[in-house]
Ligand binder design. Structure first.
Ligand SMILES: C[S@@+](CC[C@H](N)C(=O)[O-])C[C@H]1O[C@@H](n2cnc3c(N)ncnc32)[C@H](O)[C@@H]1O
Length: 384
């Protein structure tokens, strides 16, 4: 499982995730505001659907796979902003009146609600740099800031493929750019006697149908576990908002791009095997725990989740597609996302060697296909 690298590193996700941040801002933000409107409507009985729950004195919001760095902060700010737009602000005051939020907007579903407190729960795998995150949060969400601050913050370490929170405790959960990471590499991939054996390739770009199928099954099983866990944790009327990396609908283009990207990675492994820095068996047994389901596959999983109803689901062209990255941009992006997993497998020293080699090979390339290719699916699910 991937964990993003420490904050001081030039290879860190925090330093190299501006593209994801831009996509979040341009593609997800407007839909996030609508999703929050739905949650508030369900809670308060206003417009946007849902039956109304109770006066909304306390909101609990969870960011799953939060990582840390600018994107985490941006995501939290976007949610606070969206709450503000719907007339919800947080207050630390004990006094009922001081904590009142606007009641005047009868159409927005937040009408008549007083939100006294907002609890923001940041969750990621235990090795996430929660300390860096909490330091960042302190400077970005001071008590005097405007719009009103998120007042209570906590961190929950653990895998989102299992239970993280008490039953019916979450009003709104967001998970962005994280669900393509699998809970594990499918076991059959590393079994030499299995038709799924993936040999010397690090991912599925050259894989047989059996190998792809094993990855796809693992991704579906993980996603079902994710949804099942959230169904316990979200309150009825709560909303789950997902920004998912999905496979593109043009298999030919996908193949072209994948071959180019992953060939660079495989070549780097092979070079270090030839030099004796990595054993052949180590290379053969390494596979990335990552898979992009398609929008249709996600839709099918959600359709079979009896506790949720899809409010909105849309697949958008990733704004990276069509804009070729420079070799340096691509190297930084690729290294920041993949290196933590390789660090864990090879150790920091040999992993650094490997990514130096990835950089050298990528710089020597003249083809224009060196980029990640995927679409982004944004989905809001209402907990029934
Ligand atoms: C690419 S980062 C996304 C960070 C941020 N949400 C964003 O939108 O930029 C993926 C995050 O998912 C986390 N992650 C991966 N697998 C996970 C799991 N099983 N449970 C919880 N977090 C996980 C990683 O640790 C990492 O911080």
């Amino acid at each position: 499982m991937a964990i993003m690298e420490g904050r001081d590193s030039k290879d860190s996700y925090a330093v190299n995730s501006a593209l994801q941040n831009r996509n979040f801002h341009t593609l997800a933000q407007p839909r996030l505001e609508k999703a929050i409107g739905h949650m508030l409507a369900a809670a308060g009985g206003g417009g946007g659907g849902g039956g109304g729950r109770h006066p909304l004195r306390r909101l609990t919001i969870a960011d799953l796979g939060c990582a840390y760095g600018p994107n985490t902060i941006q995501c939290a700010k976007s949610i606070v902003q969206a709450l503000g737009r719907w007339g919800i602000s947080a207050s630390a005051e004990d006094d009922e009146e001081a904590g009142m939020v606007k009641e005047e907007d009868a159409d927005n579903g937040a009408a008549g609600m007083t939100t006294k407190e907002v609890l923001f729960i940041f969750s990621d795998l235990p090795r996430n740099d929660f300390n860096a995150l909490f330091e960042d949060l302190e400077s970005h969400f001071s008590k005097d800031s405007s719009p009103p601050p998120v007042l209570y913050v906590s961190g929950v370490p653990g895998s989102f493929y299992g239970r993280l929170f008490p039953s019916s405790s979450i009003d709104f959960a967001i998970c962005s750019y994280s669900l393509h990471w699998l809970s594990q590499v499918p076991k059959s991939i590393t079994d030499r006697d299995s038709p799924c054996w993936n040999g010397e390739h690090a991912w599925i770009h050259k894989a047989t149908e059996a190998t792809r199928e094993a990855y796809s099954s693992q991704a579906k099983e993980d996603m079902q576990n994710f949804i099942k866990s959230r169904s316990f944790e979200l309150k009825s009327g709560g909303v789950l908002f997902l920004l998912l990396m999905t496979s593109i609908s043009n298999p030919h283009e996908q193949q072209l791009r994948d071959d180019s990207v992953w060939e660079v990675f495989d070549l780097a492994w092979t070079a270090l095997v030839k030099e004796g820095a990595i054993r052949l068996e180590e290379m053969e047994l390494f596979n990335l725990p990552m898979y992009f389901l398609s929008q249709n596959e996600f839709e099918d999983i959600f359709a079979h989740a009896p506790d949720f109803r899809i409010l909105e689901m849309e697949t958008l062209k990733n704004s990276v597609n069509g804009h070729n990255l420079t070799a340096e941009q691509w190297i930084s992006l690729f290294t920041s996302v993949m290196k933590p997993t390789v660090d864990k497998y090879l150790g920091a020293v040999r992993s650094a060697q490997l990514f130096e080699r990835v950089g050298a090979i990528a710089r020597s390339r003249t083809d224009s296909h060196l980029q990640f290719t995927h679409d982004l699916t944004v989905v809001s699910l209402l907990r029934l």
